[in-house]
Design a protein. Structure first.
Ligand SMILES: Cc1cc2nc3c(=O)[nH]c(=O)nc-3n(C[C@H](O)[C@H](O)[C@H](O)COP(=O)(O)O)c2cc1C
Ligand code: SF4
Ligand code: FES
Lengths: 441, 159
């Protein structure tokens, strides 16, 4: 069980019930549970969609798409059943927030799935939990069973005459399955190879039916929006970035942890105040602000201060991504950090398209050799060139996710790469002793 | 091929959750592996048969998912995360520590079949790094000394 933390600047919405025993359905009911879905049952579908749209809630899975807008793409009439799919594959390095929601407030996710279903006219929802989170899958199984036992799920929910079913589903270890179309493949019992789009899942998704895929935190935010109103939620955050978000602070910090802060909160304050600053009197080297797939920000960029919302981060040349904020102090080796990053994407690439499959492999081979002292000068430009040529040339965004951080590491920390040249020992750590791979021609 | 009653109950229950039987495959493979220890030829044949799939189809799916294995493992699978957040807080050192203590490398199993060591990617414990998962149990904010305790506990449990 992961430890909870708190800070006075936090605005607790999604995390409001953390540590309150809300896994228990009766306790959840005492804490305003299942009120939002009952409210939704009195509303027209379009009313729900507009409310969520106007709240400025944007997807917490990474891309930051307006949730209400996404729901509005689902066709009203459909010959095939419609589905809601909750994405709990949480695997982006640096990200550990959905885990806390599943652990402390699983009924909020169930309620969010139900409300999404009422909004788009779906009667079935699935909650997909990554395989490593077995204890959370058990919590979800129990929560669903408890909701059925109370008559909140199944036929005639809350005496409305409406039917809604929710089922759990477990993964078995795969980051790529977090990608929405691969997630559907996995749920259908296949390898997680992404599907070509268009058609988008909102039109052709699970078993060919229109499907809304949302991150667990996104769905857990929805009941609060229904009860608090669009304006209240929107005003918590920054323009076009409604509400709050669970930020996962990790790395070289005095007080790492998952904190709920308003969208648009200062990154600098997040690190020096909320996260307690850098330990042992060391200095900040850089921050990866949105999970491992986004461009690193240097200490200067962080100190110039950036607002943590989707638009400001994009303007700063990075992305808000999944909410994982990874902090590096001046003892961290960027080359090794880059190697760890690319090893991950190489391992997780589904292998379907060549730029991603071969690109990550070459980057990994080069970085292993480079970090172990066998680098040559042209490797630096080659890595940059290779990564740049992966961008936008792959079937799904994993290729970009692998390329973007590498481009930023080389561009912003070129000196550190040069310091590893000519067989010099890594200035920060011991040699990995890994075997040498061939130089790229 | 015999699975536990719990497995059978869950399997039947799950089949009713989806329009296509094959949808139960991924979670079912993991549950089967938990019971048998690995995905043996027998398990693969049995599940392929139950779901009207070819064995190749099933193997194809197995090879995609990193938690699934067709080879027996130790009783305790020690999964050390060395991804970025853990790396910054000593994950690589933990991995080395395990290699030395257990006398095996990545994916190796101790001669007595008690431990398998595996270097894994992010397990969703980044804010509590460095982290290790032993089977399904999370161990967080670790030091080599704390990890030693965890491993010693494992040994004690099997007596
Ligand atoms: C390689 C890859 C991995 C992803 N992993 C996740 C994940 O683990 N969880 C998640 O919610 N979204 C993940 N996403 C984003 C999903 O594709 C999708 O955009 C998201 O679940 C939509 O929900 P949202 O709009 O609520 O954010 C991933 C995307 C890519 C390209
Ligand atoms: S970009 Fe990578 S993960 Fe995505 S489809 Fe291509 S090979 Fe697979
Ligand atoms: S990086 Fe180790 S748990 Fe996330």
């Amino acid at each position: 069980m992961a430890d909870l933390v708190s800070h006075p600047d936090e605005v607790k919405v999604v995390s409001k019930r953390f540590g309150q025993g809300a896994v228990n359905i009766d306790r959840y009911l005492e804490l305003d549970g299942y009120k939002a879905v009952q409210k939704a049952l009195t509303m027209q579908p379009d009313e729900i969609i507009n409310l969520v749209k106007n709240s400025g809630l944007r997807g917490r899975g990474g891309a930051g798409f307006n949730t209400g807008l996404k729901w509005s793409f689902v066709p009203k009439q459909s010959a095939k059943p419609k589905y809601i799919l909750c994405n709990g594959d949480e695997s982006e390095p640096g990200t550990c927030k959905d885990r806390l929601i599943f652990e402390h407030d699983p009924h909020a996710i169930i309620e969010g799935v139900m409300i999404a279903g009422l909004a788009v006219g779906a009667q079935t929802g699935y909650i997909y939990v990554r395989g490593e989170y077995r204890y959370l899958l058990e919590i979800v199984q129990k929560a669903i069973a408890d909701a059925y036992a109370k008559g909140f799920l199944g036929k005639n929910i809350f005496d409305s005459g409406k039917t809604f079913d929710i089922y759990w589903h477990g993964g078995a270890g795969a980051y790529e399955v977090g990608e929405e179309s691969a997630l559907m493949e996995s749920l259908e019992g296949k390898r997680g190879i992404p599907r070509i789009r268009p058609p988008f899942p909102a039109v052709v998704g699970l078993w060919g039916g229109p499907t809304v895929i949302n991150n667990a935190e996104t769905l857990a935010s929805v009941p609060h929006i229904l009860l608090g109103g669009a304006e209240w939620y929107a005003n918590l955050g920054s323009p076009k970035n409604g509400g709050t978000r669970l930020f996962c602070l990790s790395g070289n910090l005095n007080k790492p942890g998952v904190y709920e802060l308003p969208m648009g909160y200062s990154l600098k304050k997040m690190i020096y105040e909320v996260g307690g600053g850098i330990p042992n009197g060391r200095k900040l080297k850089g921050v990866v602000p949105g999970g491992s797939s986004v461009a690193i920000l240097t200490a200067d960029e962080v100190n110039a201060d950036v607002a943590m919302d989707f638009d400001a981060m994009l303007k700063a040349g990075s992305m808000l991504g999944s909410g994982g904020v990874v902090v590096l102090d001046d003892t961290a080796c960027i080359v090794n950090f880059a190697l760890r990053t690319i090893k991950f994407y190489k391992h997780e690439s589904c292998g379907w398209c060549i730029p991603c499959r071969e690109g990550t492999d070459w980057l990994q081979k080069t970085l292993i050799r480079f970090h172990s002292g066998g680098g040559v000068k042209k490797d630096i430009d080659n890595m940059y060139y290779l990564a740049e040529n992966m961008l936008g040339r792959t079937f799904c965004p994993l290729g970009d996710a692998a390329a973007m951080p590498v481009i930023a590491f080389v561009k912003k920390f070129r000196q550190e790469f040069e310091d590893h040249l000519d067989g010099k020992p890594c200035p920060f750590a011991k040699h990995s002793g890994a075997q040498q791979s061939p130089v790229m021609a | 091929m015999k699975f536990s009653d719990k497995f059978e109950k869950r399997f039947t229950e799950m089949l009713a959750h989806y329009p296509t039987p094959r949808s139960v495959l991924v979670p079912t493979l993991l549950y089967a592996q938990d019971e048998v220890g690995y995905l043996s030829d027998e398990v693969i044949a049995e599940l392929a048969n139950r779901l009207s799939l070819t064995e190749l189809d099933v193997r194809n799916v197995i090879s995609y998912y990193s938690m699934l294995t067709t080879k027996p493992r130790g009783k305790f699978n020690v999964q050390v995360c060395t991804n970025i957040a853990c790396m910054l807080r000593g994950g690589e050192e933990l991995m080395e520590h395990c290699e030395q203590k257990l006398g095996i490398g990545n994916k190796g199993t101790t001669a007595d079949g008690v431990f398998t060591l595996e270097e894994v990617e992010c397990i969703g414990a980044c804010s509590w790094a460095p982290a290790v998962q032993v089977n399904y149990d999370f161990h967080e904010n670790l030091t080599p000394a704390k990890l030693d305790k965890v491993l010693d506990e494992c040994r004690k449990r099997i007596g």
